[in-house]
Design a protein around this ligand. Structure first.
Ligand code: 16G
Length: 254
């Protein structure tokens, strides 16, 4: 363990006379160091005992500061390995009907996808209702992990109305864009979508696939996408995005 001080640590003075609690002061110092880039993504923070010593505070104070920083997504604890500065969050606009592939390309990242399963299903009551479909209609269920530069970002389960894209279950969706295939191979024009967003916690399955801790925050986005005729729903998707890596963005007018 090095005792050499990093540049961000030189001006660290916590004021004991301030009405601001010590853990808040410490949190603000670490947050400022992250925001101005003195502490970079994946930099390792010194252990709690060392921070406590350097700042002349108790371990409880350090722990409280770190818990808050973790809750706000600035740092990540990796079991047995220490505490690291988190990657900054991707900002996802809510205004346009874009695909994961387009979103990643717009950020200069390489989009990717690993297929977990793809199959045809029949007689699912929930889907029949969502699509206002008849009982004999078949759907294709596609489950994928979505990657950005090889890093897992989301788990996505898409349900498609097979009659609009017959045989789509034969396609290998590894690193392929669903929206591009719907357009290029099946001539489908997507028009608009309705979408809900809610908070959830990663379950064991999601945590394992996305490389996060069980119980870490997730954004569950559910989308029903309609064809350009405005009336025909074609896709229902449940996308579980990592809450530590995503931030939703919308501009509002008064
Ligand atoms: C996005 C969409 C999802 C769509 C997918 C297509 C959200 C919340 N979800 O992840 O509905 O199916 O993109 O991506 O935006 P692709 O064309 O890259 O396969």
């Amino acid at each position: 363990m090095s005792t050499r001080q990093s540049p961000w640590e030189k001006t660290l003075i916590l004021s004991r006379n301030s009405p601001v609690p010590l853990y808040c002061q410490l949190k603000d110092i670490l947050k400022a160091a992250i925001e101005c880039g003195k502490l970079k993504p994946n930099d390792r923070l010194p252990p709690e005992t060392e921070l406590a010593q350097r700042f002349q505070v108790s371990r409880m104070t350090v722990r409280q500061a770190l818990i808050e920083l973790e809750n706000e997504g600035f740092i990540r604890r990796r079991q047995g390995r220490g505490t690291f500065v988190a990657e900054p969050k991707f900002r996802q606009s809510l205004l346009r009907l874009t695909s994961f592939t387009e979103d990643m390309q717009a950020r200069g990242l390489k989009p990717g996808g690993r297929v977990l399963s793809i199959k045809v299903i029949l007689g699912d009551k929930d889907l029949m209702q969502r699509f206002r479909a008849t009982p004999d209609e078949r759907f294709v269920r596609l489950e994928r992990i979505r990657l950005a530069d090889g890093e897992p970002m989301a788990l996505e389960i898409s349900f498609l109305r097979r009659k609009f894209c017959p045989g789509i279950e034969e396609i290998d969706f590894t690193d392929q864009s669903l929206y591009a295939i719907l357009h290029e191979q099946f001539g489908l024009e997507l028009g608009w979508a309705s979408q809900t967003i809610e908070a959830k916690l990663a379950n064991e399955y999601e945590a394992k696939l996305l490389g996060v801790q069980v119980g870490s925050p997730m954004l569950l986005m559910q989308r029903i996408t309609y064809l350009a005729d405005s009336l025909t729903p074609i896709e229902y998707v449940r996308s579980s995005y990592r809450g530590d890596r995503y931030q939703l963005y919308v501009e509002v007018k008064r």
